[in-house]
Write a protein that binds this ligand. Sequence first.
Ligand SMILES: O=C(O)[C@H]1O[C@H](OP(=O)(O)OP(=O)(O)OC[C@H]2O[C@@H](n3ccc(=O)[nH]c3=O)[C@H](O)[C@@H]2O)[C@H](O)[C@@H](O)[C@H]1O
Length: 435
Amino acid sequence: MRALVDDDDSFPSTPGKTKIIDRAGSHHNHRHRHHLAFPRHLLWTLLFLAFLASYLSLRSFLHTSSRYLSSSFATLTFDNRVRASAEPTRPDGLVVLVTGAAGFVGSHASLALAKRGDGIVGLDNFNSYYDPSLKKARRSLLSSQGIFVIEGDINDAKLLKRLFDLVSFTHVLHLAAQAGVRYAIQNPDSYVHSNVAGLVTLLEACKIANPQPAVVWASSSSVYGLNDEVPFSEVHRTDQPASLYAATKKTGEAITHVYNHIYGLSITGLRFFTVYGPWGRPDMAYFSFTRNILQKKPITVYRGKDHIDLARDFTYIDDIVKGCVAALDTAEKSTGTGGIKMGPAQYRIYNLGNTSPVTVPTLVSILENHLKVKAKKHVIEMPGNGDVPFTHANITLARVELGYKPKTNLEEGLKKFVKWYLSYYGYSSRKGKNW
Ligand SMILES: O=C(O)[C@H]1O[C@H](OP(=O)(O)OP(=O)(O)OC[C@H]2O[C@@H](n3ccc(=O)[nH]c3=O)[C@H](O)[C@@H]2O)[C@H](O)[C@@H](O)[C@H]1O
């Protein structure tokens, strides 16, 4: 037995043990040794191969199952996060899907709704039309308030179906869009993709959802286009758009009307008038002017024909959010079920403006005062790129039916914006730094 144990060359031997065998020195032992050495090698090779095979198959099993487990875990986590975010914290709270939730109006509206106890699920594609890091910062803000913002596109029908399967949304606040009037010249497709195709995909999901949600969505003051009756009222002409952006928003009004008419979706379209404020859009004039003024770079100020200043009915974000919330609160239920209309449904359109247009040079002066820096103005005639000379909202309808009453004038609103801008971009702590 001793020989069997000690006499194995395939084991690293100790000199002492070898000696013991040699001293036993028998022929038998020697023969025995040769006789057993081969099968032992084979045995160990086989054992090694078996070990290797089981290691490899275990590894592949673990790999496959860990992938499966982690994807099921991710699914579970995703579903749970969606459900948790959608849970209202007040009795009879709304359950709202907010598209464009990481956007300017979307983030403010989501926070306001969550604050009063509504359940919110956000959706945003985080595209790079402007710096996505600002959108991510807004998402972090929402996340700190328990709002889950899903990275996804309104054109993703599967994702929308999954969300409607997970949650019975009472409302959809649809704010996801390709914004910007002049950018449509450079990238017309993105307007069709988001404002037309995306809208249809979203309405298809709303149509078949059970229960159907009520839809409140962002149209635009730009639909008034070349209309020259002032102030712009909802009954005025909107069939002369001046930009592709305006045309897609007007198309949106027509498309939502179809879904209201055929499928009984409750629809409210809100025509926003040049919304501005903290956490705003860097592509807009007040924002890019601020950036350039602080960086001592020139700003381009457009002016109309015959040296007439352009003017906008600039509307502060908090007023717009109040209008959105009022629209959600007063929206009637959709009437359809399973994609079939059961009765006439509400269809509304409102102007949400400020009712006091301000010229672009005045906007610049207000910014100069708040920033305490003089702008380097480069004044040129408005290029034919989709801009209209002025906007001015008549808000009687919104006031009567939504209780909408804008409170913040441009002076005050820009003061709040500048305060946010300086703090967000670190100017307060880096005074005078030119970046
Ligand atoms: O109400 C809307 O429906 C739209 O409002 C907003 O569009 P606009 O009113 O065009 O705002 P914005 O770009 O801030 O230009 C303001 C003024 O500055 C002038 N302007 C602009 C840029 C520039 O470099 N120079 C300049 O003079 C410019 O000619 C204009 O007179 C939203 O962007 C849009 O998404 C949509 O929501």
